[in-house]
Design a protein around this ligand. Sequence first.
Ligand SMILES: Cc1cc2nc3c(=O)[nH]c(=O)nc-3n(C[C@H](O)[C@H](O)[C@H](O)COP(=O)(O)OP(=O)(O)OC[C@H]3O[C@@H](n4cnc5c(N)ncnc54)[C@H](O)[C@@H]3O)c2cc1C
Ligand code: FES
Length: 290
Amino acid sequence: MADLEREKRTTMNSETAEPMAAHLYRVRRKQRETGDTVSLEIEPVNGMGIRPFRPGQFNMLYAFGVGEVPISISGDPAAPERLVHTVRAVGTVTEAICTLGGGDTLGVRGPFGTCWPVEEAAGRDVVVVAGGIGLAPLRPALYKIRSAKDKYGGAAVLYGARSPEEIVYRRELEEWRTGNDLDVLITVDRASKEWGGRVGVVTTLISEVSFDPPNTVAMICGPEAMMRFTVLELQKRGVTEDNIYISMERNMKCGVGLCGHCQLGPFFVCKDGPVLRYDVIKPFFGKREI
Ligand SMILES: Cc1cc2nc3c(=O)[nH]c(=O)nc-3n(C[C@H](O)[C@H](O)[C@H](O)COP(=O)(O)OP(=O)(O)OC[C@H]3O[C@@H](n4cnc5c(N)ncnc54)[C@H](O)[C@@H]3O)c2cc1C
Ligand code: FES
């Protein structure tokens, strides 16, 4: 990574004055997205501590007495006072967070990590490819792009879910599509009887949208296998590696580059990522540990 690029993309933790201090937040609103996934809108209990964030950054959420996990911020960066996270219950901590209700409290540290290149992509086509809950960290970028649509060429969102029941933000995606705000295409791996849409993996959507490959920035988030095949398809269309960005997930503890839990070769995913340019992370991509 060029020094400047690295510096620019890794200085964001310094925005957080006391990175290890958790702030007390309470649940203001809870929205069920799918059977195992909820969005929680939270607010600081003392009314203080509302911090701006950049699309792609994450917070460490602490369920009291249970534990702390990294969760991307999924709300609108233009309204940081409505801090939203979308959480899928996969284990002890995420299950505890998903059972919180209105008025319940949790600890929040952050925001941490690098962001999607939303500003850098201005004047170009943008292709956003998401799998499952991978749409959550991309949603803030989509809010920003949508609010400044005329700054971009085309803006496409290609989304794949395992089944229609597992589509997150379904109503919002439909609004963006019908409002011609963004070019939204959705596919599912397994259709139900009521599903009249596309069936197949998300990479099949790439050939369905028009964009100018040398002048396109791609942002991808989902399971690593999905990201790998998506990168290959985009490269086949002519998008260059330095214009492809992915968001990596690794086990995290401190979130600020101190503990080494998230280390991947020379990178700390919590600090140098989670959003990384593909040409930079390529040698380590697909490897659990180095
Ligand atoms: C930067 C970053 C951003 C993230 N953003 C989000 C987000 O926006 N929303 C969200 O729901 N999660 C997100 N995650 C994943 C989330 O942190 C994990 O799901 C969480 O740490 C699991 O903790 P747990 O104690 O609930 O489960 P554990 O008890 O640690 O794990 C339970 C089981 O689930 C498996 N597992 C763990 N993580 C996942 C996963 N992501 N998908 C499927 N199986 C898994 C484990 O291998 C294990 O078998 C993010 C992770 C990172 C690193
Ligand atoms: S989580 Fe501690 S170094 Fe990244």
